[in-house]
Design a protein around this ligand. Sequence first.
Ligand code: TXA
Ligand code: MG
Length: 325
Amino acid sequence: MTTGSPRVLPADSGIAEAAAVLRAGGLVAFPTETVYGLGANALDARAAARIFEAKARPSFDPLITHLADAADLPALVGAVPPVVAALVERFWPGPLTLIVDRPAAIPPIVTSGLDTMAVRVPDEPAARALIAAAGVPVAAPSANRFGQLSPTRAEHVVAGLGDAVDVVLDGGPTRCGIESTIVDARGDRPVVLRLGALPVEALVEAVGEVTVRPGSSGRPVAPGTLAAHYAPRTPLKFGAAESAPGGGGRRGFLAFREAPTAGGWAAVEVLSPEGDLTAAAARLFDALHRLDAAGVAEIVAEPVPDVGVGRAINDRLRRAAATWH
Ligand code: TXA
Ligand code: MG
């Protein structure tokens, strides 16, 4: 556990200083359109090792490499398979992570020894400016301790990681609020390895049918795909407002569009009164962070409609609940 505070800089004026920290082998947390990332120079094995240490992340859980621009991909990895190229063209910058062959320049620690690498270009000006200013690809998992809630605000990063991170760039709350969709499109038919901010429907529209394998465990895919993950510290149950009280203590409720009228909830968070799934995704982790801080004995989270980004929201809630089985 760390007790000190990292340096927090504004996401616009802090870029040059943060980039220098990255080049010197340090750790910089930065906003992306999905969640805050914990970045290190992806070409530097020692810097990447510090990410695993800061997060208490198991070494078998590979990192995502972030680039400033889609044009930087061929420079790093050479030619890519046609479906990967089509997805890059259509969705980058954006919340889509693609699996490619690991280039020799990327040390194996970044990919946990896999001969493949996850890579994306975030759709967030501060992130792209930071990576461009650093002049290196940036390896970055979500900037939270392993297994805990992903950070959608700089405050979440500071509370979770303390001075295990050197600098935090504060760009305010993230736009999507949920991690990128991870797709292996090296073959003819793309395989979705992790549901995320880019809806499956958008992938299908762009490249035809895809296989969704969110529950896949096994070595190449890890945390976003571990059954138990994204968990608040408070026990969480995935269910309806009527669910029986657990433990009799104060309970919190995570609603999709309407607060329950009965049930004696001590704390209630409504994700989107308009019933908008994109807005709900943007608020998901922030609402869970708040329920976690509300001092309740249990959180009950209701499922959202299982379409579009709603599938990724339900996936996160299911995994959070699995931690408390
Ligand atoms: O939105 C996001 O993707 C955020 C922001 C910071 O970009 N990052 C993020 O990283 O969610 P992280 O570490 O929490 O999740 C990365 C996951 C790994 O846990 C693993 O499931 C998958 O990406 N991954 C990484 N490399 C892989 C590979 N070579 N093959 C398959 N899956 C891989
Ligand atoms: Mg994560």
